[in-house]
Design a protein around this ligand. Structure first.
Ligand SMILES: C=C(O[C@@H]1C=C(C(=O)O)C=C[C@H]1O)C(=O)O
Length: 113
């Protein structure tokens, strides 16, 4: 393999076509990920409001452990690195818990969520 790089614009037309085709699919997948995350956050916001109203704690470590085990198994089946899947889920859950803490604070302080 050569160590010198070719700018994408200088590559063979067939290579550029293949790259463009793959990038179109990547763009579609990224759009789907964003839409799915937006739907997930809509659900978790509702969970946050329900928890705040009933004085339940923002985090549920038992539920998180079950989700991580489930996601790791799904990742293995799909040939995705399970450590990456776990890191990704933990990143999302941390953001959800931050939202839930804020909703709980706003609820206690009488702000409209
Ligand atoms: C959404 C919830 O709240 C938190 C966030 C979770 C998540 O984003 O999946 C899971 C458990 C909780 O720590 C929940 O309890 O279901």
């Amino acid at each position: 393999m050569s160590t010198s790089n070719t700018a994408p614009g200088d590559a063979d037309p067939a290579v550029r076509e293949e790259l463009a085709r793959l990038r179109d699919s990547i763009d579609n997948i990224d759009a789907a990920v964003v839409h799915m995350l937006a739907e997930r956050f809509k659900c978790t916001q509702q969970v946050g409001r329900l928890k705040a109203l009933h004085r339940l704690p923002p985090a549920d470590p038992g539920r998180e452990a079950r989700q991580i085990a489930r996601l790791r198994a799904l990742a293995e089946d799909a040939r995705l690195d399970p450590a990456f899947a776990e890191k990704f889920l933990n990143f999302i859950i941390a953001e959800v818990i931050r939202h839930h803490e804020r909703i709980a604070d706003d609820t206690v302080n009488g702000a409209t969520p």
